[in-house]
Ligand binder design. Structure first.
Ligand SMILES: Nc1ncnc2c1ncn2[C@@H]1O[C@H](COP(=O)(O)OP(=O)(O)OP(=O)(O)O)[C@@H](O)[C@H]1O
Ligand SMILES: [Mg+2]
Length: 122
C-alpha cells in the first residue's frame, strides 16, 4: 500500500565521530513531504542540508556517523538499512543530485556506462 507521505522525518539527528567524539551536525529535524509535493530546504552554508539529505539516501558511513530518529521513505524505515536493502531503495524510490555535479561523474568510466548502470540495476 502506498503511504500518504513519500518522506517523513521524525526527530532526525546526525552526529559525526570526530577524534572519537560525537559532534551533532543535524538536530531533531521533523518534516513531511506528501506525494506530488515539492519541498525546498533553505539554510545557510553548513546548516546541515546535505547532511540530512545524505541520511535520507542512506549514504553516511555507519562507522563514523550516528543517525537517530526515524526516516520513512514511502512508509519504509531507512535508518539502520545498509548494503543491498538500501541500494534497492536508492534509484527506485529516492535519488540525489549531488552538489558540484562536475565532479560527480567518474572520469575513469565512459559516460554511457555511468548512465546505463542505474537503469540496469533497477
Ligand atoms: N563527513 C563529515 N564529517 C564531519 N563533519 C561533517 C561531515 N559532513 C558535513 N560535516 C559538517 O556538518 C555541518 C553541516 O554541513 P552540510 O554540508 O550538511 O551543510 P549544508 O547545509 O549542506 O551547506 P552548503 O549550503 O554549503 O551545502 C558542517 O559543520 C560540516 O562541516
Ligand atoms: Mg550542502
Amino acid at each position: 500500500m502506498e503511504s500518504e507521505n513519500i518522506l517523513e522525518a521524525k526527530q532526525v539527528s546526525v552526529a559525526f565521530r570526530i577524534d572519537g567524539v560525537l559532534q551533532t551536525a543535524v538536530h531533531h529535524i521533523n518534516l513531511e513531504v506528501r506525494r506530488n509535493e515539492v519541498l525546498a530546504i533553505v539554510g545557510e552554508s553548513g546548516s546541515g542540508k546535505s547532511t540530512f539529505a545524505t541520511a535520507v539516501m542512506g549514504l553516511h558511513n555507519p562507522n563514523q556517523t550516528q543517525i537517530t530518529g526515524s526516516i520513512l521513505l514511502d512508509g519504509e524505515e531507512v535508518i539502520g538499512k545498509t548494503g543491498d536493502s538500501m541500494a534497492s531503495i536508492r534509484g527506485s524510490k529516492v535519488g540525489m543530485i549531488f552538489q558540484n555535479p562536475l565532479t560527480a561523474l567518474n572520469p575513469l568510466m565512459k559516460i554511457g556506462q555511468q548512465i546505463k548502470e542505474m537503469l540496469a540495476v533497477h
